[in-house]
Design a protein around this ligand. Structure first.
Ligand code: GLN
Length: 479
């Protein structure tokens, strides 16, 4: 059986149609490799062999009957454990949901499986998607497959690692402030955050609802485009999902990029040093050689992004996490005399330190007397950040930025200082606040072989343009 690590969506399709392997064989192999790799990386929290094999047989039957097996036929998919899967445990990386078995599927999962994709398991993540290193998971950290002494990034570190280590061909993560782009950069894979509302959030465990996205990982741009194509589009079950039609992202990949104007925002490069700066220099030179024109721009509100994000995200999190009260969702503290004790003890035992920190901060910024000073102010600044991009896109076709100030860091290195950890997201948070499509595409490596991603940001609903540029860049970049 072929190793999963060399496969792409096209290669799987070819292999299935030429009968070189069946979906069932491929699925068994993905599960087998996943179990072995897990001893090293801890990328998966739960494997779903029954569900995977049942789906695999269904897709094999379609192929045997000469029916169209779907755009993702037989493709092994890893899914971050904040996305609900009916009958398959979904923990959000938290003790609070340790035994939670969802009664329904997220829309993105339904669409993936209808297209023939095979969900092989659920991946480790920071608790309720809060973190940048995967060290906030209640089930132990994930290790970066490229260097197990280092973090894979977070919060969707398990999904990024599953793709990088070659047990899944594509994966779903969630991105609220950078949780797909940053681990994609740290693990050397492609990670895409679509326009807010492009993909239904139905069945995504809520962290900060106005910022949350379901977002794909893949080993190349084309595969990422195929996955987004499959899961995007209006869903009546999510009122914030967009009505905008979904163009054919894969067909749009080969258009021309010559003559594109690319904004290089001063604020993102000023403090950038070391090997990340060197990789970005090389990347911009390659874009120039592709015929693109880099243009110096300014996004002045960038300085306020971290503060703005941590007010809005914690405020929304404090409200979303109120539902874990010991009455619903399985976990309840055992030794409580009164109802108030039961709430207190359940939440005290169920949530980890980072969740508690955010619930407290969020409750504070929403409290009477502080709402105007913090939450309202943050919403106003969010608007300024969005205006910055809007103005930039009057002049340029896309913005090019680093994904993170540094490559994958060592486990434990930033754990003692939450503020230092928050700074890992300094370049990804602005795109999330503006709700625009943005992605990380591998741009090069440090001398020690650590991957560095380049970020592309573009105007609302211009995923096709973003993919086209990323695809052209990928053709001229060494892996
Ligand atoms: N690292 C950021 C945070 O901790 C972003 C997380 C995310 O995108 N889910 O909030």
């Amino acid at each position: 059986m072929t190793s999963i690590s060399g496969l792409t969506i096209d290669a799987i399709r070819g292999g299935l149609l030429e009968r070189r392997f069946s979906v069932e064989e491929l699925t068994r192999e993905a599960l087998r490799q996943g179990e072995i790799e897990n001893l090293r990386t801890n990328a998966f929290l739960t494997f779903s062999p029954e569900r995977a094999l049942e789906n695999a047989k269904r897709v094999d039957r379609k192929i045997a009957a000469g029916e169209d097996p779907g755009a993702l036929a037989g493709v092994p998919v890893a899914v971050k454990d904040v996305i609900l899967t009916e009958g398959v445990r979904t923990t959000a990386g938290s003790r609070m949901l340790e035994r939670y078995i969802p009664p329904y599927d997220a829309t993105a999962i339904t669409r993936l499986e209808q297209a023939g994709g095979i969900v092989i398991g659920k991946t480790n993540c920071d608790e309720f998607a809060m973190g940048s290193s995967n060290e906030n998971s209640a089930f132990g950290p994930v290790r970066n497959p490229i260097d197990p002494e280092r973090v894979p990034g977070g919060s969707s570190g398990g999904s990024a690692a599953a793709v990088a280590q070659g047990t899944a061909v594509v994966a779903l993560g969630s991105d609220t402030g950078g949780s797909v782009r940053q681990p994609a950069s740290f693990c050397g894979v492609v990670g895409v955050t679509p326009t807010y509302g492009r993909v239904s959030r139905y069945g995504l465990i809520a962290f900060a609802s106005s910022l949350d996205h379901i977002a794909p990982f893949a080993r190349n741009v084309k595969d990422a485009a195929s996955v987004l194509q499959t899961i995007a589009g209006r869903d009546p079950l999510d009122a914030t999902s967009a009505f905008a039609p979904v163009p054919d992202y894969v067909a749009a990949l080969d258009g021309k990029v010559e003559g594109l104007k690319l904004g290089i925002p001063r604020e993102y490069f000023q403090g950038l040093t070391g090997e990340t700066a060197q990789v970005m220099d090389g990347a911009i030179n390659r874009l120039r050689r592709l015929g693109c024109e880099p243009v110096d721009i300014s996004l002045p509100a960038t300085d306020y992004a971290i503060a703005t994000y941590y007010v809005i995200a914690t405020a929304e999190a404090s409200s979303n996490l109120a539902r874990y009260d010991g009455v619903r969702y399985t976990v309840r503290s055992e030794h409580s005399e009164t109802l108030a004790d039961m709430y207190r003890n359940t939440r005290g035992e169920g949530f980890g330190a980072e969740c508690k920190r955010r619930i407290m901060l969020g409750t504070y910024v929403l409290s009477h007397g502080y709402y105007d000073a913090y939450y309202l102010k943050a919403q106003q600044v969010r608007n300024l950040i969005t205006q910055d991009f809007r103005k930039a896109f009057e002049e340029v076709d896309a913005v090019i930025a680093p994904v993170s100030p540094f490559p994958a860091f060592k486990l434990g290195e930033k754990l003692s200082d939450p503020l230092e950890m928050y700074l890992s997201d300094i370049y990804t948070i602005t795109g999330s606040l503006a709700g625009i499509p943005c992605m990380s595409v591998p741009a090069g490596k440090t001398a020690a072989g650590l991957p560095v991603g380049m970020q592309i940001l573009t105007r609302h609903f211009n995923e096709a343009g973003m993919f086209r540029l990323a695809h052209a860049f990928e053709q001229v970049t060494d892996r």
